[in-house]
Design a protein around this ligand. Structure first.
Ligand SMILES: CCCCCCCC/C=C\CCCCCCCC(=O)NCCS(=O)(=O)O
Length: 448
């Protein structure tokens, strides 16, 4: 149809067709321009956050450099080679000073982040905490131990973004309860570590701070979501870190980076002062927990955290201290294990690790009982996925207004953002061919 014919068909009462087409074109142009401006604004915010990170790390480098210059005899290599328990002992008997350990780890953490991009911030208040410790008579269980903190756990004077633009610019006025308790026990929080956007991801990338690499193999991810912690500790830049986990976020990076990690029982450790794009999670409870190079360090950290001070700061945490008697008991245990859960296919190396562990435990006198996890499909789809996304992922998707989705999250996010009706229809259509995908889509509709 020619343009002339089109003008003839259009009802003249609509107005001049030329005006109409001009209006249409300018509306499209305005939308494109607005989108472009919005994207530019988002990118600007990301750039500012990155710049703040770079400035903070520059400050950290200067402080570490100054200490090195003023204390040329510091045994850096020796300090970095000690286990956390050895550091604790040497700090206690005074043969090592908290500052020599803190500044040594600051220097090493900077080295590691240059290689794998695991740091998002330097906690400048660590130098105040150092001074405070010097004036304290009582030495806490973690006296003088530098500790790294996952990025979404609040530290006074810093932002907690979870890799999301929405949370940038909100400088926290208080330390989270866990950070307060760590300081109370004499630890020195000194750096914050990278996370994947939203933290609902097993990679470790966001568009603000970038992708974190695995120090054992740069072609691989350190895992997520506590991937910055995993990379930093495995690279030797921290002796102890705090991560969080609802479905593997401490355990996966610990495994990928050759570390030890513990996801405590939900509500065992206070989560007051932690940012998350998912609200609720009442039936699938996330937990904060330690990551380190050995089990003794995890146990000491748990012992330090489960104290009166935490129960006082967060009365919702059951006041149950660390059970030393159970932990140190050598009584033989009855331990259940499985090689595969029937849902996720374990790799041959995972199967081998299970068998090797089983054998070690049996040789140590424990009784090992194989079992098959019951109702696994129901557990994953109905209890886990529907539990986490009980609102049909509406709040999570909402948090992306004014943000750009990281490529590592895109396919996952595209499913979350589907309208509930589309998810429901797709679940019905796909059920006969892909029952597992159908169940997942149905669970993503949430409850109600
Ligand atoms: C009980 C484990 C079941 C895993 C089922 C996975 C099914 C796949 C469905 C959706 C993918 C969801 C990925 C969830 C990743 C969660 C990673 C994590 O633990 N993040 C920590 C969030 S926290 O709030 O900071 O603890």
């Amino acid at each position: 149809m020619t343009q002339e014919r089109l003008w003839q068909v259009l009802d003249p009462s609509w107005g001049d067709p030329r005006t109409l087409s001009a209006l249409l074109c300018s509306s499209v142009a305005a939308v494109v321009l607005l989108k472009w401006l919005e994207r530019r604004q988002i990118q600007q915010k990301m750039k500012e956050a990155r710049r703040a990170r770079d400035l903070a790390l520059e400050g950290m480098e200067k402080a570490a450099g100054r200490f090195k210059q003023e204390n040329p005899g510091t045994q850096t290599e020796q300090i970095l080679s000690l286990t956390m328990m050895e550091l604790v002992e040497k700090l206690k008997d005074g043969s090592l000073s908290p500052e020599s350990i803190l500044y040594t780890y600051m220097g090493k953490a900077l080295e590691v982040t240059r290689e794998v991009n695991c740091l998002t911030d330097f906690i400048h208040g660590c130098e105040d905490q150092l001074q405070k410790l010097k004036n304290q008579k009582e030495k806490g269980l973690l006296y003088g131990i530098p500790i790294s903190i996952k990025e979404h756990i609040d530290c006074k004077g810093h932002i907690s973004s979870g890799g999301m633009v929405k949370f940038l610019g909100q400088v926290k006025e208080e330390d989270s309860v866990i950070v307060q308790v760590l300081k109370y026990q004499g630890a020195i929080p000194f750096v914050r570590t990278n996370v994947p956007q939203t933290m609902i991801n097993y990679d470790c990338s966001n568009l603000i701070f970038g992708q974190t690499l695995n120090p054992l193999n740069h072609q691989k991810t350190p895992g997520g979501s506590s991937g910055g912690e995993g990379a930093l500790i495995a690279g030797g830049g921290s002796i102890l870190g705090i991560g969080s986990d609802v479905a593997g976020s401490i355990r996966l990076p610990s495994s990928f980076c050759g570390l030890c990690g513990l996801k405590p029982t939900g509500n065992r450790i206070s989560k007051l002062g932690v940012v998350s794009p998912i609200v609720g999670m009442e039936s699938v409870v996330p937990a904060l927990g330690p990551m380190a190079r050995d089990v003794d360090s995890l146990a000491l950290c748990m012992k330090a955290l489960l104290c009166e001070e935490m129960f006082r700061l967060d009365p919702t945490v059951p006041p149950v201290p660390f059970n030393e008697e159970v932990y140190t008991s050598s009584k033989p245990l009855r331990i259940g294990y499985y090689e595969g859960d029937g849902y996720f296919q374990p790799s041959p190396s995972m199967k081998r690790a299970i068998q090797e562990t089983r054998k070690l435990l049996q040789d140590a006198g424990h009784t090992l009982v194989p079992f098959v996890p019951p109702k696994i499909d129901y557990m994953v789809d109905e209890l886990f996925t529907r539990g986490i996304f009980s609102d049909g992922a509406v709040h999570l998707v909402d948090c992306f207004k004014g943000d750009i989705v990281d490529p590592t999250l895109k396919s996952q996010f595209n499913t979350y953002r589907l309208p509930a009706l589309v998810k429901r229809v797709l679940a019905i259509v796909l059920k006969p061919i892909y029952p597992r995908i159908a169940r997942h889509l149905s669970a993503l509709c949430g409850v109600g």
